[in-house]
Design a protein around this ligand. Structure first.
Ligand code: C2R
Length: 173
């Protein structure tokens, strides 16, 4: 049986730069699937904070946390959750900034349940839904959103994009 880590529902981790992105997840057990998002944001030198707050288990704490994130300067939310994944949708119902949802592969349905829960939002409250365990793309998408406003992030994104293309071209030749 897969060994589970001890659940800490409110952990915070901030980078030292101005925080533009928050990475939320429903459980400490989602952490391994969300690490790729942290790596991308670190590579792009984008400030982020990480919070483990379940909408199901700690609804009041989630509401309180979301109440001032826009005032605090956060511009994008990445929210990962598995199984009956309501966290990204609940976040989207509380904020006016883009929410990127990451369905986490877990439980008996292996992430399909989370994918359907996150992608099937009612009209008017969008969540940009990534692939199952697609936290790397979530962070790249956050970078694309931020690059519309921040030229230095756009420059890094363009460099990243070109380097990826060059790597692929080398493989083909
Ligand atoms: P535990 O391993 O802590 O029991 O959590 C988590 O994201 C995790 O994948 C099992 C799974 O439950 C998910 N969870 C949600 C929410 N809170 C926890 N989907 C939520 O509020 O949506």
């Amino acid at each position: 049986m897969k060994k589970k880590t001890k659940t800490n529902l409110t952990e915070t981790k901030s980078s030292t730069r101005k925080v533009l992105v928050t990475i939320l997840m429903g459980s400490e057990n989602d952490r391994p699937a969300m690490v790729a998002a942290e790596e991308i944001l670190k590579n792009f030198e984008i400030g982020y904070e990480l919070k483990i707050i379940s909408a199901h288990r700690l609804p009041d704490r989630l509401k309180e946390y979301l109440s001032n994130i826009e005032e605090r300067g956060i511009e994008v939310v990445i929210a990962g959750a598995g199984m009956a994944a309501h966290l990204p949708g609940v976040v989207a119902s509380h904020v006016k900034i883009p929410v990127i949802g990451v369905p986490i592969q877990s439980g008996a349905l292996n992430g399909l349940d989370a994918l359907f829960s996150i992608v099937q939002m009612p009209s008017g409250v969008p969540v940009a839904t990534m692939a199952i365990n697609g936290s790397k793309n979530a962070a790249i998408f956050a970078t694309q959103i931020l690059s519309l406003k921040y030229p230095e992030i756009r420059e890094k994104y363009m460099k990243f994009n070109n380097e990826n293309k060059q790597k692929l071209e080398k493989l083909i030749n």
